[in-house]
Design a protein around this ligand. Sequence first.
Ligand code: ADP
Ligand code: MG
Length: 250
Amino acid sequence: MFLETRQLTKQFGGLVAVDHVNFSVEKGKINAIIGPNGAGKSTFFNLISGFYPPSSGQVMFKGQDITRLPPNKIAKLGIARTFQTTHLFEQANVLDNVLIGFRLRTKSNLIDALFLTKRLKREEEQSKEKAFEVLKFVGLTNMENKIVANISQEEKKRVAIALALATEPEIIFLDEPAAGINPEETEGLANLIEKIVQHNITVCLIEHKMKMVMNLAHKIMVLNHGKKIAEGTPEEIQNNETVIKAYLGG
Ligand code: ADP
Ligand code: MG
């Protein structure tokens, strides 16, 4: 099994945000997670990527139990993610965002991440090359000197993906990559997601834009109130009555 969760559970006080979820990712495919607002989708990503410790259950990656590893260790194993709200350094340029983001994700030490020690200088040169490469990959060639505050929402989404890709992941978790962008830009982003998977990086996607999910995903899991209520192909999910009810507020 490539990546799987076993009975993964997260409680916040009396609220069970993720409730005994068994999920397995298909390698080399686009896996999607959908569900109404508050269903537990982002929390599920936070558990897998080490941002929250689970209350119970396990996360397995390539046969290794990675439950409760810190985020930087999980990133180093080849698991990358983006956040629902892109937190970029708005006053820094695109290149520095990718470089700082890369360091924040892979170093346990904030000093190492924010300031360049001599020891890190050489590593930094390699990181720079990597950063240019990923910026080109996500379609942001010649954007490296632009201040993030001055670029479009869609470009910010691409920067966020670039800094996740800079860690050279085997799998990338994307939390609502198409939120807040127009239909044309959404199509561009869908193309980028397909390009990522063609480069042998497994994708796991949370997305509210149903047309996009149904077109892209190989397999979909549906969460509602923290529970997995359905799993299947886009066709199966679209015709599932429990899923339809959940979306209608049932
Ligand atoms: P989704 O991404 O599906 O919209 P979330 O995972 O963000 O849902 O949230 C699931 C539930 O957990 C919501 O009720 C939310 O309010 C709650 N929740 C999420 N994060 C926290 C937190 N850090 N502390 C307390 N409750 C939280
Ligand atoms: Mg969310």
